[in-house]
Design a protein around this ligand. Structure first.
Ligand SMILES: Cc1cc2nc3c(=O)[nH]c(=O)nc-3n(C[C@H](O)[C@H](O)[C@H](O)COP(=O)(O)OP(=O)(O)OC[C@H]3O[C@@H](n4cnc5c(N)ncnc54)[C@H](O)[C@@H]3O)c2cc1C
Length: 392
């Protein structure tokens, strides 16, 4: 089998929202950046997974908490039109009172967003390798020295200085046998799909998240870890059955109904994550961290604001040149449901990509040598707000 060998400053594993943000930030910071994605479309759950609601950049009280690439991608997602959600006061200069009444969230077209994100990365100088799955890593004293990936051209060996694990499931950390933890309760079944019918194009959201204090009906009487091949296939098959049943049932009242897109990637929320230098908890609402790399609100309720410490993105003592971004950063199970959403994935992606680029330029090529001050200075320069005191 043919072997191709590539080298780069930053390898971004996975091209979901976190991977897009990480690759963009890394390339803009001057690093030679390679993004490897197993599918042929960027966006992960946010495009192929048909999760097309870019949850809020605000705290629900009229304060914007997410800036930088988190905001840039939200604006890009609706550049060519929006679907059901359009927060006019936020996008058209409304008053603070008007902003407090509506959350800064949008719904977008997944196909156009994926194509525009791809062009954004290419313009920034990112090399994208599609249809390529990372399957293995080689390490030396905890340093990730190379990854092995496969595509139709055979084996690709990639030798990065720094890497960002944006696979959603902490796959690189798991391949390294590094520090990881799993979500205890697992996930309910989801079966979101798009259809057209008498009311035009609609997103059907079958299978809701677990929201504390709310009872939501599950589609099936079991939960899924997302970490077992046979179980994953069963989850996908059950999701397909749910979609078919829903379509047939709805056709009884709307014979014109046609499903137009079903998910091209498994719709799973919380699986495996980094067990990092710091693990953020839901109790740390409004807590200030000296090494904060950005903030997030809580999509489920108005009020909370969380600063995200840099330690949630790495465990430099065990994996000195590997960072996590997106839905696999280091948070407790309670916090996971807050941090896994699209805007927060963009925040942690931007921070991880920036940190990777800065560390790759250091002689040690290690996160231990990177000061939080240097990272924060670059993030600030790029428009990110780091602390609650900066926005209230
Ligand atoms: C049913 C459901 C509803 C949701 N609803 C919302 C919502 O309304 N709004 C919201 O903001 N969020 C929502 N979320 C959460 C949100 O969509 C995701 O958590 C977020 O998009 C995750 O982004 P990510 O980049 O971290 O991971 P992912 O989107 O999972 O991206 C990971 C990428 O890595 C690639 N990859 C994985 N392994 C490899 C490998 N070995 N080699 C190469 N590539 C690899 C994958 O193909 C994928 O493209 C929902 C999630 C689900 C499942």
């Amino acid at each position: 089998m043919k072997q191709t060998v590539l080298s780069c400053d930053t390898l971004v594993a996975g091209g979901g929202i976190a991977g897009i943000a990480a690759a963009l930030a890394s390339a803009r910071s001057g690093a030679k950046t390679l993004l490897v994605e197993k599918e042929c479309v960027l966006g992960g759950l946010g495009t192929l997974g048909l999760v097309t609601i870019y949850l809020p950049l605000c705290d629900g009280m009229g304060h914007q908490v997410i800036y930088g690439i988190g905001e840039e991608l939200l604006r890009l997602s609706i550049r060519r039109g929006w679907q059901d959600k359009y927060p006019a006061p936020w996008l058209e200069g409304g008053s603070p009172e008007e902003k407090a009444k509506i959350r800064f969230e949008v719904q977008y077209n997944p196909h156009l967003f994926a194509i525009d994100a791809e062009q954004l990365l290419l313009d920034a100088g990112v090399t994208i390798l599609y249809d390529t799955r990372i399957v293995d890593v080689e390490q030396e004293n905890g340093f990730l020295r190379q990854v092995r990936a496969y595509n139709k051209g055979g084996e690709t060996v990639i030798r990065p200085k720094m890497a960002v694990d944006a696979t959603g499931d902490a796959d690189l950390f798991r391949m390294m046998e590094g520090p990881t933890a799993v979500h205890e309760a697992g996930n309910p079944l989801a079966a979101w799909y798009y259809f057209t019918g008498k009311d035009g194009l609609r997103l059907k959201m079958l299978g809701a998240a677990d929201i504390p204090g709310q009872t939501t009906a599950s589609l099936v009487n079991r939960r899924f870890s997302g970490l077992d091949g046979a179980e994953n296939s069963e989850m996908v098959i059950q999701s397909h059955r749910q979609i078919l049943n829903d379509v047939l049932q709805r056709r009884e009242t709307d014979p014109s109904l046609e499903p137009v897109t079903i998910p091209g990637i498994m719709q799973i929320r919380m699986t495996s994550r980094l067990d990092g230098a710091y693990t953020l908890d839901e109790e740390e609402d409004h807590h200030s961290f000296e090494d904060s790399i950005g903030m997030t609100g809580d999509w489920r309720k108005n009020g909370p604001i969380f600063e995200i410490p840099f330690g949630c993105l790495h465990n430099a003592a065990k994996c000195p040149n590997l960072l996590a971004a997106g839905r696999c950063i280091s948070v407790t199970d309670d916090m996971w449901d807050i941090s896994r959403v699209i805007p927060t994935c963009a925040v942690t992606g931007e921070a991880a990509g920036t940190a990777a680029a800065l560390a790759a330029a250091l002689p040690e090529e290690s996160l231990a040598a990177l000061s939080a001050d240097a990272l924060q200075e670059t993030l600030r320069k790029n428009g990110v707000r780091l602390h609650i005191a900066e926005i209230l």
